[in-house]
Design a protein around this ligand. Sequence first.
Ligand code: MG
Length: 168
Amino acid sequence: MPDKTLRVGLGTDIHRLESGRALLLGGVSIEFSSGLVGHSDADVLVHAVCDALLGAAALGDLGEHFPDDDPRYEGVSSLTLLDRVMTLLGEAGWRPVNVDCVVHAEAPRLAPYREAIRECIAEHLRLPITDVGIKAKTGEGLGPVGQGEAIAATCACLIAPLHATQLS
Ligand code: MG
């Protein structure tokens, strides 16, 4: 069981955009002409959140727990993976305190979806929506994000011991 301390985690991910695919970000369906390519549903934001949580608890990374060559995870909802990450985190004696995320996308505009994304992630992390930050940045026309070839995400999180009543 972890001692009374807080730990920080960081997760990043990037997925390629392809026309005619569904776009899911933070578990929310986004209206757009293209979507992300991946073995699972390619929800780049949820993947970054998973990796931040796993990293904070030193539990490895998403690819290690859910290999992308494993047919069991083909087309799987990334929210299912997040739920499993929450189970792993709990079994190791940790709970999330807050997450702060950045989605790097040239398009579409994410402002209309921000609250729905916060709500969805908060629900799966069993946190109030006020503990989930979502920001969106463009790539300023530079690199794969700026050229509209990919969407990337970054997440920082804090975790605390599950049963600690008082944090040091
Ligand atoms: Mg990924």
